[in-house]
Structure formats: C-alpha cells, structure tokens
Design a protein around this ligand. Sequence first.
Ligand code: PLP
Length: 224
Amino acid sequence: MQTMSIKQNIENINAQIKKTCNPWGRGPADINLVAVSKRQPQEKILEALDSGHRLFGENRVQEAYEHWEHLKPKYPDLKLHLIGPLQTNKIKEAIALFDCIETIDREKLARKLGAALQEQNKRLPCFIQVNTGEEAQKAGITPQDFAEFLKFCQQDCALDIQGLMCIPPVDDPAALHFALLQKMAHQHDLKNLSMGMSADYQHAIPLGATYIRVGTGIFGNRET
Ligand SMILES: *Cc1c(COP(=O)(O)O)cnc(C)c1O
C-alpha cells in the first residue's frame, strides 16, 4: 500500500486542500497542514522535513522531545503543535518545545500554564479543546461550560487563546461537530479552528478549518 513517498503524500494533500477550497471561496493559504508525526519513525520525519514541510503535531510531550529536541535548532522555521493532553507536571517542558498548545481543556491546566508563561514573560498561542460530542472518556471542555472557561483562560490566566480544536466522536458525522465548533468560534470572535484529520479534513474545510491535523494520510500507518 505504502508506495508513495512522504513528499508525494504532502503534495497530494495540498492539491486536495486547494481543490476542496475552491467551491467554498476559501483561500488554500488559510489552511495550515499539521503533519502529525506521533508514533512515526524518525526517517519519515526527516523525509517530511526534506520535502520542505515545517508544521508538525505531536500528542505526547515526552515523545515530542525524542522526535524533535535535536531537530529544532537545525530548522529555525519549524513549528510544533501539541495536540494531545498536557499534564500539569509537563508544562515547563511543553513551553520550551511547542509553538502552540491546542489542548487547553481544564481550569487547573489553564491556571498553571498561565502562571508559568507569566513567570517566563512568554507568550504562547493556545487553542481550547472542546468535547463537542460530550464523550465521558474524551478530553475537552463541554459546549455548555465553554463560554465561562474561555473568559477564565483569557482574563484570569492571561492565555493567548487563538482558536478552538475538536476531535469528533468516531460514530458521528464529523461535519456536525465541525459546524458546532465553527459556530462557537464565531460567537466568541476566535479566528482559528483546528479540525479535520486524514479521514475527514475535506469536510472541515468548508466549515472553516484553519488547521487540519493529518497523520496517516502523510506518513502511513503508525507504529504500535
Ligand atoms: C493522531 C491524531 C491525529 C491524526 O490522525 P490521522 O487519522 O492519522 O490523520 C489528529 N489529531 C489528533 C488529536 C491526533 O491525536
């Protein structure tokens, strides 16, 4: 199956993004492709870098260090997004490596991250993760609690909230969740939407995605 090169896969997805944008009057330049490199071998990451790609996503802090710590100094224009849950005891490490935390999902994290950033006099773009499907096992703030949580993040924690992120339930049509996220962002004047993965990013683009997170579609199946 996996005969395409990483470079070719990225080119194909970028072409698909362009094609999907056209009928909706969206500009392809507004869609940022986050290459999700979790549980992928280092040689595939290097191949993506060789092809010129510079925006990557990881879901664990520890693994992100293994993948990126030595590469970051070599690629000054590299951008790393944290797309998985952040434990409060990993905040300092996360701040040092990531350019964006997409998974702000609870008060304790917001408070401690805000305090750590203030201490370092640093700004870090953040997204709030919304549990649009209200699934018990999934991280994220529920839509009901969102407005109050956003205010808390912005006013009490001084976090730079630039957008929203969601992972729809596997059994639901993803577009319903993308539409809800879009509506929430619009109501609160947030500019960015991180939504859509390999299987459903083409549904996220018409609904306003500005970041799509594609793993297997670029790198092939993950190592277990
Ligand atoms: C793994 C992961 C992705 C990528 O999923 P694919 O189906 O491989 O594209 C996207 N978003 C999050 C939060 C992930 O954990």
